[in-house]
Write a protein that binds this ligand. Structure first.
Ligand SMILES: [Ca+2]
Length: 167
């Protein structure tokens, strides 16, 4: 960044501090990039290990996570369009981003869609009613967590299908 010494003699001393702050940010970004590069070089851990909870779920989607509290690999499920009532999604056909099948492997979820979602134990839950859980429509950001110690821990790794109702 070019230095502009004439600014420091004027009444606008704020400009000088802004330049300094920007430089600091650039330096911090460079350090972060270097650290990220180092981590890639020296570890073989999956990138998802460091993701924050419920990370990267689009504002219109239902996201399923393999581990508790929105951690682990996720599957982004696209709801049907408005009016797409009773659409069934079978997790026997859905994979997490790490390639593993989502069937009987979901431990938490977040619903960023406006749709309600019914979660079922059977992949053909509409034929063999096996309701496990439900989240209402117009309830953006609703979460489910079946991790150890949660009130619904017994639902862990059981969801095999889900049904959207989209207003
Ligand atoms: Ca199941």
């Amino acid at each position: 960044m070019p230095s502009r010494p004439y600014r420091s003699y004027g009444p606008t001393s704020k400009a000088g501090s802004t330049v300094a702050l920007t430089s600091f940010k650039s330096a911090a970004a460079a350090v972060s990039t270097a650290l990220a590069g180092a981590a890639l070089l020296f570890t073989a851990a999956p990138a998802s290990a460091a993701n924050p909870p419920y990370d990267g779920c689009p504002a219109w989607a239902l996201c399923l996570y393999q581990h508790e509290g929105g951690t682990g690999s996720k599957a982004v499920v696209t709801p049907p369009p408005a009016g797409g009532n009773a659409a069934i999604v079978r997790l026997t056909q859905v994979h997490f981003l790490n390639g593993e099948l989502a069937d009987n492997q979901v431990t938490s979820w977040i619903n960023n869609s406006q749709c309600s979602v019914k979660f079922m134990d059977d992949p053909y839950g509409e034929l063999h009613p096996s309701d496990l859980d439900f989240t209402a429509m117009w309830n953006w950001g609703a979460k489910g967590d079946y991790g150890t110690g949660t009130s619904k821990y017994y639902l862990n790794d059981r969801i095999s299908s889900l049904q959207f109702w989209c207003p």
